[in-house]
Design a protein around this ligand. Structure first.
Ligand SMILES: [Zn+2]
Length: 130
């Protein structure tokens, strides 16, 4: 998009400056399809990438704050599970269902999971947040 005319380049700058304070996405974007040197689809694609990049940066920042406060063994287990469980090492237990494998645990299985540290899903062995 570097070959835009000065007017369109300024429009893009205004759009990008208005974009995503703390990763907030647009509700509505109105664009012309035909633009000098680009088109509305390309501009939308760029805006989408910027939103994803902002969300990733926010999450990486939060992770950087949290990791030093966690037990090293727990982090090692989490990383091992992520590597073998399609990138998902933790699942929240919601309404008796593991957020990792989406299988239900019985009340007795939940009690068993609570007795281990960390709590683990009996079905997928991911860490359970109970
Ligand atoms: Zn599970």
């Amino acid at each position: 998009m570097s070959d835009l005319g000065p007017g369109r380049q300024r429009l893009h700058e205004v759009i990008f400056e208005a974009d995503t304070p703390a990763g907030k996405a647009f509700d509505v974007v109105l664009l012309d399809y035909y633009m000098p040197g680009t088109n509305g689809v390309e501009v939308l694609r760029e805006l989408g990438h910027r939103g994803i990049d902002a969300q990733l940066a926010t999450k990486e920042s939060r992770k950087g704050e949290m990791v030093p406060r966690l037990d090293e063994d727990l982090i090692e287990l989490y990383e091992e599970l992520r590597g073998t469980k399609d990138g998902v090492g933790v699942g929240a237990l919601i309404d008796g269902m593991c957020g990792g494998c989406h299988l239900k645990l019985t009340a007795a299985e939940v009690l068993d999971a609570k007795r281990t540290d960390p709590s683990r899903c009996i079905h997928c062995r991911r860490i359970l947040v109970i």
